[in-house]
Ligand binder design. Structure first.
Ligand SMILES: O=C(O)c1ccccc1N[C@@H]1O[C@H](COP(=O)(O)O)[C@@H](O)[C@H]1O
Length: 219
């Protein structure tokens, strides 16, 4: 089975090249002003051009209005929109219709009960991104480097299309894969040397850890 891997929060040519050269299926750009990973839509447009044909470009937004989404879509022509705020199912429907793009809806989880939040989006969101709830006081809805109990995902239907996110790194991704067997992985702060600063060595180590975990599974 193919495993999608999204490296999120890219801001430089060097980090983008590391993500692509290591085999990322998706590259993510953050359009949330409070994030240390924020990138201007025009800069993301330049980077996404370099990724064209190699990885899908994902625009990550948080409760963005139409004006901001228009600016992002015009500047960078993403392949997918990731809605990482409190967007309702109706808003997801509206965004999909307006831009004719697939939408990945982020949901934040701590306990098994939180999975009920998925139901109203089924058949609407093209994919889910299952992330950890932000720690108290965080300004960021994602990118906090926090994990959740991956065991709560073990009961999900086999065909559910989602990316597992939240606090992944080279040291824990093997365990996450063994427990949840997700169809996709999404990582940001786990491949950074400081908030918002991607580290090419950590990116390579992450992919190596994923390859090792897959090899173990197959053995
Ligand atoms: O990364 C951010 O700063 C961010 C800001 C606003 C919304 C989402 C954001 N990041 C998303 O969260 C995941 C998980 O991050 P991490 O691996 O725990 O650091 C990240 O991949 C983005 O999809």
């Amino acid at each position: 089975m193919a495993l999608d891997i999204k490296i999120c929060g890219l801001k430089t040519d060097e980090a983008l090249a590391a993500a692509l050269d290591n085999g990322a299926s998706h590259v993510g750009f953050i359009f949330f002003a409070k994030s240390p990973r924020y990138i201007h839509p025009n800069d993301a447009g330049r980077l996404r051009a370099a990724a064209r044909g190699r990885a899908a470009a994902v625009a990550v937004t948080v409760d963005a209005d139409d004006a901001f989404l228009d600016e992002i879509v015009t500047a960078m022509a993403p392949d997918m929109l990731q809605l990482h705020g409190a967007e309702s199912p109706e808003r997801v429907t509206e965004v999909k219709a307006r831009y004719q793009l697939p939408v990945m809806k982020a949901l934040s989880l701590r306990a098994a009960d939180d999975l009920t939040a998925m139901a109203p989006y089924r058949g609407i969101a093209d994919r889910f991104l299952l992330d950890a709830k932000p720690p108290k006081g965080s300004d960021l809805p994602g990118g906090n480097g926090v994990t959740f109990d991956w065991r709560i995902l073990s009961g999900l239907d086999a065909g559910l299309d989602y990316m597992l996110s939240g606090g992944l790194n080279a040291g824990n991704v093997g365990e996450a894969m063994a427990i949840a067997n997700p169809p996709g992985l999404d990582i940001s702060s786990g491949v950074e040397s400081a908030p918002g600063v991607k580290d090419v060595r950590l990116i390579a180590e992450f992919f190596a850890a994923v390859r090792a975990a897959r090899k173990n599974r197959a053995a």
